[in-house]
Ligand binder design. Structure first.
Ligand code: NDP
Length: 282
């Protein structure tokens, strides 16, 4: 049985095992996909143990994406640009006592596919306002730039992570903006993305929306279910024409990880519909 896993802290909520089981059934592949909860100081050791026990690949979620990048032998260009890894691919044949990992980041392609293909939104030429500068923002920002956005304003509560992300992106289309800064000089924005984890902590947040918004602007929250509601509700009351949560991105980033591990791109619509039904049923 091929062994895969998702590492996080916490990780009990992760839908990745169900998604990969559904893809595997669709493609006729037998695999075992586990959740592994590892605290930050135990993460590297947990990955080493998993590899030693024959693990072939893994997803990495909060808060380990930067630490995962640091333990890889090689990184894809998109993971190097993000400085964050959400997918580990085993480089050796699985027998080595010291496993070597290739790191990739499929979050960005997941978001772009969901927004463009499932929700039919144009990214080429779009003016995008991205709230948050953590691991998820680092993953999606390069993909948005590759998709041809005309402008990417990044807003973050903390100045340090904001400056680091903007410096790493190194693109004239990218501008940092401090949380709560006036935005009267800014152009009209077509798309506002919330990539913060604020709602997960039940924080009462005054969302820093831009003052100028296109008539049919779209809002995306990378969270899903209850954690997407505070931002999407605020966006709706500011007139967003469409509100998209992160469920589609979750399925699409998983499909890209699956393709990296197994060489097959699974169909995603049925899995997305299954998870949406489960979420709606509570
Ligand atoms: P990180 O911990 O790396 O970053 C968290 C971000 O949220 C930082 O920008 C942080 O700002 C900000 N933040 C946290 N609390 C607050 C607050 N109270 N007020 C304002 N800003 C706050 O997390 P990730 O970037 O990895 O994940 C962010 C979210 O994206 C999570 O909810 C995660 O579930 C979701 N996600 C969804 C995916 C999907 O497939 N749908 C994939 C990846 C992530 P600061 O720098 O100031 O601390």
């Amino acid at each position: 049985m091929l062994r895969y896993a998702v590492f996080g802290h916490p990780v009990a909520h992760s839908r990745s095992p169900a998604i990969h089981a559904a893809f595997a059934a669709q493609c006729g592949i037998a695999l075992d996909y586990a959740r592994i909860d590892a605290a930050p100081d135990a993460f590297a050791q947990a990955v080493a143990r998993f590899g030693h026990d024959g693990g072939r690949g893994a997803n990495v979620t909060l808060p380990h994406k930067a630490a995962a990048a640091a333990l890889c032998t090689s990184l894809s260009p998109r993971a190097a640009r993000a400085g964050a890894v959400n997918t580990l691919v085993r480089l050796d044949d699985g027998d080595a006592s010291t496993p070597r990992w290739h790191g990739d980041n499929t979050d960005g392609v997941g978001l772009v596919r969901d927004v463009r293909e499932r929700h039919d939104l144009a990214l080429d030429g779009a003016r995008v306002w991205l709230i948050g500068a953590g691991g998820a923002a680092a993953g999606v920002a390069p993909a948005l730039l590759d998709a041809g956005v005309a402008r990417l304003v990044v807003v973050n509560r903390g100045a340090e992570r904001l400056a680091q992300l903007v410096a790493r992106l190194d693109d004239p289309r990218v501008q940092p903006r401090a949380w709560g800064d006036g935005v009267d000089d800014a152009p009209v924005f077509d798309l506002v993305i919330n990539s913060t984890s604020a709602a997960r902590d039940a924080a009462d947040v005054e969302w820093p929306l831009p003052s100028s918004l296109a008539p049919r602007w779209a809002a995306v929250d990378l969270g899903y279910g209850a954690s997407a509601r505070p931002f999407l509700d605020a966006a709706g009351s500011r007139g967003a024409a469409v509100g998209i949560d992160g469920l589609g991105m979750l399925v699409e980033q998983a499909a890209e990880s699956f393709r990296l591990w197994h060489g097959i791109a699974p169909h995603t619509d049925d899995v997305y519909a299954m998870l949406r039904r489960e979420l709606d049923a509570g």
